[in-house]
Design a binder for this molecule. Structure first.
Ligand code: GAL
Length: 371
């Protein structure tokens, strides 16, 4: 299990974010006005150990005979690999038996995942943790899982507001654990704004030319990161021009191709490359290198997740910045939520977590904390 050393890794400016983060809260209707400390988020009782603020009191061992079913949308996704690995080890640390934790690969196919959920129901698992392939399938998934009397924790891909409302209206044992993607998009844009218009607008035409590489468009993370990264620039009064907007499906290889094409087509005009996640930013960086461009000198590049390789790039200047998508806190909150259902303590229907901006200033600390 990874250490929770978030407090140690945060710069003073980021402590506000941590203090606000990872407690139960209602899903905000709007993007946080202040991304470093969203006003609607309540500080947990123990801000230094956010994931444990909700940890149940039961002694390790009490859950050894409880069966946990976990559905991941796709094992080959880098971020979800970090998430599921940490989820399993944390569940074991809480007293669950490895043999009773089953994690399935949905292979990015809702039909496959639905069959896996049916099998978990037949197997009478005690709790389900689901990262849906399609968030729009949540209603169907919820109905069958609740119908079987099994508590349900959604992770990473947030169902829509009307679906979450049903859980509250019916008082079902269903919750969502995740971060507000608007915050990560805003942070990406702010890291560019912090460089100053004179630095970013290299061709001096008074506006910032950018390309956007999006994740899976069905996903709110992709939608909001795309929208809010650019909004941070326009909110700062900057004029922007989108030269290209392509779907890379969270995938490094795909993003490399897309960015290579964009660089071929638009060349030096591209000043900023926004990628909805780090895997795609790593692909973008390969294309940038091949095109003979240099991040920080003649182009800027930001991602989200804080994958180790991306953090190394931020440290050595080959990525402008990333945003820490805290898989440790989120996986712990998901496991704690599962335990709270098993013990009857129950949960709020939305359990949030804050993102953290990562620049050269704190990238090494973040890397040390996730190692
Ligand atoms: C996002 C993450 C992406 C990808 C996606 C899957 O939160 O940033 O890298 O894992 O979830 O839904």
């Amino acid at each position: 299990m990874k250490k929770k050393v978030l407090a140690a890794l945060l710069s003073v400016a980021m402590v506000a974010t941590l203090l606000a983060g990872c407690g139960s809260k209602e899903a905000p209707a709007e993007a946080p006005a202040e991304t470093e400390a969203p006003a609607e988020t309540e500080a947990p009782a123990d801000a230094e150990e956010p994931a444990e603020a909700e940890a149940p009191a039961e002694a390790a061992g009490d859950f050894a005979d409880k069966k946990v079913g976990v559905c991941i949308y796709q094992f080959s996704d880098n971020f979800m690999t970090l998430f599921r690995t940490e989820l399993e080890s944390y569940l074991i640390s809480l007293g669950f038996s490895k043999d009773n934790i089953t994690i399935q690969d949905g292979q990015n196919d809702q039909g496959t995942q639905t069959n896996q959920i049916d099998a978990f129901i037949n197997d009478k698992v005690d709790v389900l943790i689901i990262n849906p392939v399609n968030s729009s399938s949540a209603e169907t998934i919820t109905d069958k899982v609740v119908g079987a009397g099994i508590p349900l924790v959604y992770i990473n891909r947030e169902p829509d507001a009307s679906e979450e409302q049903r859980w509250a209206d019916n008082n079902w044992d269903v919750t969502y654990v995740g971060c507000d993607a608007r915050q990560s998009g805003t942070m990406q844009g702010e890291m560019i704004v912090d460089l100053g218009l004179e630095t970013v607008d290299m061709n001096g035409d008074g506006k910032v030319q950018y390309i956007m590489i999006e994740g899976d468009p069905e996903n709110v993370d992709a939608k909001y990161r795309t929208e809010f990264s650019v909004k941070a620039l326009t909110d700062a009064g900057w004029e922007v021009e989108q030269l290209d907007d392509q779907v890379g499906n969270w995938d490094q290889v795909k993003a490399q191709e897309l960015v290579a094409n964009a660089l071929g087509q638009h060349g030096d005009k591209i000043e900023v490359v926004f990628c909805n996640n780090d895997a795609m930013a790593l692909g973008a960086l390969q294309a940038i290198d091949t095109a003979g461009r240099k991040v920080g000198e003649d182009i800027f590049l930001v991602g989200v997740d804080a994958l180790s390789e991306a953090l190394e790039n931020v440290i050595n200047g080959t990525m402008t910045g990333t945003v820490f998508n805290d898989h440790i806190s989120q996986s712990h909150s998901a496991a704690d939520a599962a335990v709270n259902y098993l013990t009857g303590a129950g949960n709020e229907h939305y359990i949030g977590c804050d993102y953290v901006k990562v620049t050269t200033e704190n990238a090494q600390e973040v890397l040390d904390s996730v190692k």
